[in-house]
Design a protein around this ligand. Structure first.
Ligand code: ZN
Length: 252
């Protein structure tokens, strides 16, 4: 397994202070025994395949283009690597609240959508599994009319912040159901960790993340030649690095 990471992800940019560089800096230390790959920023064309010119311009005006394009580039690299071996994109800013012409929730460009579109010629059907606490409204809106890309949000609270009505076994059952009930030849994970017991979602244990990672690994090995990649989305507790490590230990 390859970890896609850049020191550029440790840059500060205008965002909510909870989305701090330490999220990825400390996680990179925790994953240091894996092979790392240094990505380049996503190209204008790769970004334009998902976002309107107006949205890109607004991101530029806010001084966020560089950070957002580098995260998207990390996502594209993870997706490309996953065609030969599994990859984890340890990237920030997150992306699943970015739709083609709008973004919110600490997201600017939709990393997952840019990555999936960039490798489009290499798959027939993709499954995007979003395990972040929050509903990935941006990703859902981008692929809403796309018959070849299924987006499943596991146990997500919706945009009105309704609380989870699941326990961890119900959550894991939803992951199993999603993996069983869709057709795909690549699995793409929007890996947010804010459902963690001590984070905002207050539910999943560290070991639940390992289980979720291994369910995804097993399904991809059985059904799509092991093609899988994950991209960091949310997760704000200081234990984020351990949640990521646990997920990756099942996912690798
Ligand atoms: Zn979230």
């Amino acid at each position: 397994m390859i970890v896609v990471y850049s020191r550029g992800f440790e840059e500060r940019y205008p965002t909510n202070p909870v989305e701090s560089p330490d999220r990825v800096r400390l996680a990179a230390q925790e994953l240091s025994w894996y092979e790392f790959f240094e990505p380049s920023p996503a190209s204008r064309e790769e970004i334009a395949a998902v976002h309107t010119a107006g949205h890109v311009e607004r991101v530029m005006i806010r001084g966020l283009y560089e950070a957002a394009a580098l995260a998207a580039g990390g996502a594209v690299a993870a997706a490309r690597i996953s065609l030969r071996e599994p990859a984890f994109g340890l990237i920030r800013p997150p992306g699943h609240h970015a739709s083609s012409d709008h973004s919110w929730g600490m997201c600017f460009f939709n990393n997952m959508a840019i990555a999936v579109k960039a490798i489009r010629p290499h798959f027939r059907k993709a499954l995007i599994l979003d395990i972040d606490l929050h509903f990935g409204d941006g990703t859902v809106s981008i692929f809403r009319w796309d018959p070849d890309v299924s987006v499943v949000n596991i146990g997500a609270i919706d945009v009105n912040f309704d609380y989870l009505k699941l326990d961890s076994s119900g959550y894991i059952e939803q992951v199993e159901n999603a993996l069983e009930s869709h057709e795909y030849d690549i699995i793409c994970v929007s890996a947010g960790f804010d459902t963690y017991r001590l984070d905002w979602g207050g539910m999943l244990d560290m070991d639940d993340y390992r289980k979720i990672g291994s369910l995804i690994r097993d399904a991809s090995e059985e059904r799509c030649d092991g093609r899988r990649f994950a991209l960091l989305e949310g997760g704000y507790h200081q234990d984020l690095r351990y949640c990521i490590r646990s997920f990756v230990s099942g996912f690798e």
